[in-house]
Write a protein that binds this ligand. Structure first.
Ligand SMILES: Nc1ncnc2c1ncn2[C@@H]1O[C@H](COP(=O)(O)OP(=O)(O)O)[C@@H](O)[C@H]1O
Ligand SMILES: O=C(CO)[C@@H](O)[C@H](O)COP(=O)(O)O
Length: 499
């Protein structure tokens, strides 16, 4: 039997899938790492920790693997998007990576809009400047850490750095490059115009490849450390949401994905690069050839639940925390949560907004809060569904993936709030599966990613909307939508008290 590995470098953990030629998952290994949050709005990770944990996870996988390492033909990557990794001339890391959910760059976003022009930026990159994207982070380091910036010769994204350490070869691929705000998304090339307007050297941007391109093989030292064969082929991979789309079969028009990881995403396939959503949703290159996707992002989806667990139930599992959610009625007995613990992106690009529990009552128990958190996250994702529907898309079926798809009550809640059939595939690790599929396609096992999807992806369960619940949630959604406007100014006044 031959195998490929899909490595998903998420925000909470690196997750490896060993997938055989028939698409069966032979092994799963995961290693977590923390967020570094020195002050409010900041979110960083140490790239060396990503590398250590990826190597440790590979070693664990190979220790358990009973076949010959030479049977593992390929490995590819899915990665949390937008994170800035700055490298010096020898490709040493210059500072901690600044992540996608770091919102310190509001001023730099304004600078980009002022210098490039909002319309021109939208035309070239298909996206407005948002705090999470990479370019504002580059400008922040340039302004606040000039000594570090002076040493920087290249920037890459999280999975690109890990792949570099596994192969010695430095690249970026289009699906992740699209989230930097430096890529001309329609033309598939770095935008010389944006670079020069913002005084960024063209050489600062790494060479571009496509997601299924082979970029090298496993470096001898890494092979020694992990037990992998030096002959294992390494493929570029994709942004985690592009890989999530591949691993969920979102490979043609009309298909929709909901992913609840640390972030939350509602994503829709696009065959063309020239539709106009006026920047209301992100518009990026797919990991599939000559394709695109649009998506809305909830900044703190799974993260809101993990925040709640860390503060109120640290030593419990997610399963234990959510065990009683099904016994709490829709609306959590009048408790409403907005998941803005780290600010928000879609539809409110707002770094200052913070979360609220509205309607706390002395009768509420912890289970009410847990359900309210899950409902609030799902309402936020429904705002993206709403934008897509209003743009004319039909959304009647949604493939649900990510850590949040492990909970059946949450999947039913998604069906009832989105008013759409929810499909859960046999693995909730869509991004890791997408990375494995890129390796399988890159190895030449299939003629197309669609053929690979037909062979690999199996529906496990589906969840049908319950009419009565849909009606109740429609009314609650209106209330939920009112909370943002009514808490915005209060949060701006509270901001001075944050650390
Ligand atoms: N058993 C579970 N039930 C409900 N939610 C879960 C469960 N396990 C994990 N999660 C949610 O999934 C999130 C992690 O999802 P994951 O896709 O692994 O994230 P990432 O790719 O960002 O590292 C957690 O923050 C949590 O909110
Ligand atoms: O910023 C975005 C997308 O624009 C996030 O979706 C990141 O890509 C992180 O993903 P997860 O770790 O939540 O999967």
């Amino acid at each position: 039997m031959t195998y490929v590995i899909g490595a998903d470098l998420g925000t909470s953990a690196v997750k490896l899938l060993l997938v055989d030629q028939n698409g069966e998952i032979a092994q799963e290994v995961s290693r977590s790492y923390p967020l570094i949050q020195p002050q409010t709005g900041y979110s960083e990770q140490d790239p060396e920790v990503w590398v250590e944990q990826t190597i440790a996870a590979l070693r664990e996988m190979l220790d358990q693997f009973e076949g010959d390492p030479g049977e593992i033909e390929g490995i590819s990557f899915s990665g949390q998007m937008h994170g800035l990794v700055l490298l010096d001339e020898q490709y040493n890391v210059l500072r901690h990576a600044i992540l996608w959910n770091d919102t310190r760059t509001t001023r730099q976003c304004q600078e980009i809009h002022d210098t490039v022009g909002k319309e021109r930026l939208l035309r070239i990159t298909k996206n407005p400047a948002l705090e999470g994207f990479t370019l504002p982070k580059i400008l922040w380091v340039k302004e606040h850490e000039p000594d570090i910036f002076a040493k920087a010769t290249k920037f890459v994204l999280p999975k690109d750095y890990v792949r570099y350490r596994l192969t010695g070869k430095l690249h970026m691929e289009y699906s992740d490059a699209a989230g930097t705000l430096l890529l001309d998304v329609g033309r598939n090339e770095w935008s010389h115009e944006i670079c020069s307007l913002l005084d960024i050297d063209d050489d600062f941007c790494p060479p571009l490849v496509t997601s299924h391109d082979q970029v090298g093989t496993v470096d001898a030292r890494v092979a020694d450390e992990t037990g992998l064969s030096e002959a294992t082929r390494v493929f570029a991979g994709g942004a985690d949401n592009a890989c999530g789309a591949i691993g969920s079969g979102i490979l043609e028009e009309g298909k929709t994905l909901c992913s609840i990881g640390t972030s939350g995403v509602v994503l829709s396939y696009e065959g063309l690069s020239d539709k106009d959503f006026h920047g209301k949703v992100h518009y990026f290159n797919h990991g599939a050839p000559e394709a695109y996707y649009t998506m809305g992002v909830t900044l703190a989806a799974g993260y809101s639940l993990s925040w709640f667990k860390d503060v109120f139930a640290k030593n419990e599992s997610f399963d234990d925390l959510a065990a009683e959610v099904g016994s709490v009625p829709i609306g959590s007995n009048g408790l409403l949560f907005t998941p803005y613990v780290a600010g928000e992106r879609t539809p409110h690009a707002d770094a200052s907004i913070r979360a609220s529990f509205i309607g706390m009552d002395s009768s509420h128990a912890r289970r009410n809060f847990v359900r309210a958190v899950m409902e609030g996250i799902t309402f936020s994702l429904n705002e993206s569904i709403d934008i897509f529907r209003k743009s004319g898309k039909t959304i009647d079926t949604v493939v649900s993936t990510g850590g949040g798809a492990k909970n059946d009550d949450w999947l039913q809640m998604q069906a009832d709030i989105f008013d759409a059939k929810i499909v859960k595939l046999s693995s909730e690790q869509g991004a890791g599966m997408g990375a494995a599929m890129l390796a399988a396609y890159g190895c030449g096992w299939f003629d197309s990613l669609q053929d690979c999807a037909n062979a690999y992806l199996k529906e496990d369960k589906s969840f049908i909307p319950n009419r009565d619940s849909v009606d109740k949630y429609k009314k609650l959604f209106g209330l939920y939508q009112d909370v943002y406007g009514q808490t915005k100014e209060l949060n701006e006044r509270l901001a001075v008290y944050r650390n």
